[in-house]
Design a protein around this ligand. Structure first.
Ligand code: FAD
Length: 456
């Protein structure tokens, strides 16, 4: 049976690739839009063709999964309309606005699966705007895609699985790792163990990374508080000041990577009116990926940070929900797989809950001790004092209003990196939970557009 429905998938990471594979198996031919030059998304990011490193060298323990997924997606060939290097910069009721190699285009859809993934969750420390200070993901992308370590010695600060993974990947690649400063205390891990035990192999892999770093003599500190990034005469990163208990120390560095896990990329779902789960700041979907907005489905890290395996099951589940809504017949095998996916997804959500407990973002004390000159919004160079003045003078506790008053969140990243900080600051000043602060609202264009962009 041929469908007249125009189906679009945004994102060619694990969730988008699985969604496309599932739809093609049922005889549909989706359009797949992806900002990346090659499919794979974040975890299975592919280096340029000219690079000659093996799968094991690039993906380590995930090499087999990466090879399998890349191969299966490439084999789809002309059964899908795959458009790499193309960004959806706006969306409005049934239409996506694209900017790609052949210019700008408006793409009308009947059904849409958003698989937009995640970006780093970063929080400010004084001096973090200095050249040489990167996000964890930025450091990893340089390593994975270009085989490049950003500096030696390089230090790692933050909390979450990516902190250990990226530090370990640098060690493995031969970079000089100056230390890992985890802001979460070690005891958190013990409390999270019942949840982490639900995926023992993955938890063990993380533990092995910590042990490998420790055995290589890399200084490791749990419960550390980063105080400031020191800079040299040229304004470049020269060190990290941190405290642990009552002791304050400084370590010389050439580069620093920081991050506290990830945040979902929700701009498009916001623009399309997908509501958020109350007090959770994440798009609302049913158990299969169907949103309350007719014809829109979501999957992967763009809904909730559950990791690559859950992104794959999420992609299959969302595509299956779409097929059900189109009343497409499915094989018994596909139906059984779908049930297994849903069971697995519950387990992976519980595991993610454990990770969130083990590695929380900085506490309110972090913001209370920040100097007023600390830059909060790196794109627009907005300081903490500017945000405080705006919020006090206007008795303003809405981060969208603060954005209008200070320009924090109006720059290149459109609040992806400072939105969580503004929320945390308003929460810490008012003593409220961050989840009760209204979210940063998305505005189109969600990416900067080149001035030369022309309509096709
Ligand atoms: C930088 C980074 C590195 C990571 N590294 C690891 C790792 O090494 N190991 C690990 O286990 N987990 C890692 N993670 C987490 C892991 O990548 C994710 O769990 C998994 O990739 C999620 O898959 P996904 O399909 O939901 O999203 P992603 O893999 O993030 O894919 C989303 C895709 O959507 C595209 N996209 C988003 N918005 C638009 C738009 N508006 N227009 C067009 N295209 C768009 C993006 O370019 C991207 O290709 C990493 C996450 C990040 C952010």
């Amino acid at each position: 049976m041929v469908s007249d429905e125009k189906i679009v998938i945004v994102g060619a990471g694990p969730s988008g690739m699985e969604a496309a594979l599932t739809l093609v198996k049922s005889g549909l031919h989706p359009i797949v839009i992806d900002a990346g030059a090659r499919s794979g998304g974040q975890i299975y990011r592919r280096p340029p063709d000219t690079h000659r490193r093996s799968y094991t060298e690039i993906y380590g323990a995930d090499a087999a999964k990466a090879r399998h997924l890349h191969g299966a997606f490439d084999a789809l060939g002309k059964t899908i309309d795959y458009r790499p290097n193309t960004r959806v910069w706006a969306a409005y009721e049934g239409a996506l606005f694209l900017d790609g190699p052949s210019g700008r285009e408006t793409l009308v859809y009947d059904k849409l699966i958003l698989c937009t993934g995640a970006t780093d969750r970063v929080f400010p420390i004084p001096g973090w705007e200095a050249p040489g200070c990167y996000s964890l993901a930025g450091a990893q992308i340089a390593l994975k895609s270009q085989a490049l370590a950003l500096g030696g010695p390089i230090g790692f600060v933050g909390a979450g699985p990516l902190l250990w993974l990226v530090a370990w990947q640098h060690l493995w690649a031969g970079a000089q790792v100056a230390g890992v400063w985890c802001t979460a205390p070690l005891k958190n891990l013990a409390f999270a163990l019942p949840w982490l035990a639900l995926r023992p192999r993955l938890a063990l892999r993380g533990a092995k990374q910590v042990v490998a770093l420790w055995r290589a003599g890399v200084p490791i500190q749990f419960g550390a508080r980063p105080r400031a990034v020191s800079v040299d005469g040229d304004g470049q990163v020269a060190g990290l000041q941190y405290s642990h208990g009552q002791e304050t120390s400084e370590i010389p560095l050439q580069a620093l990577a920081l991050g506290w896990h990830l945040r979902s990329e929700t701009q498009l779902s916001h623009l399309l009116g997908v509501p958020s789960v109350p007090r959770q700041h994440r798009p609302m979907i049913d158990g299969t990926g169907r949103s309350p907005v007719n014809g829109i489905y979501l999957a992967g890290d763009g809904v909730e940070i559950l990791g690559a395996d859950a992104a794959r099951t999420g992609g299959r589940m969302a595509a299956t929900a779409l097929l059900n809504d189109l009343s497409r017949a499915q094989t018994v095998m596909a139906k059984m797989k779908s049930v297994l996916d849903r069971i697995n997804h519950v387990r992976m959500r519980a595991f993610a809950k454990g990770l969130a407990r083990a590695f929380p973002p900085p506490d309110y004390e972090h913001y209370r001790t920040l100097p007023e000159t600390t830059v909060l919004c790196r794109c627009e160079n907005v300081s903490l004092s500017a945000v405080r003045v705006a919020s006090e003078n206007w008795d303003c506790q809405d981060i969208n209003r603060i954005k209008a008053l200070t320009r924090a969140g109006m720059g290149r990243c459109q609040g992806r990196y400072c939105g969580a900080t503004l929320t945390a600051i308003v929460a810490s000043e008012t003593g409220r939970a961050g989840s009760t602060i209204p979210e940063h609202r998305a505005q189109a264009p969600i990416y900067p557009l080149p001035i030369v962009a022309k309509d096709r």
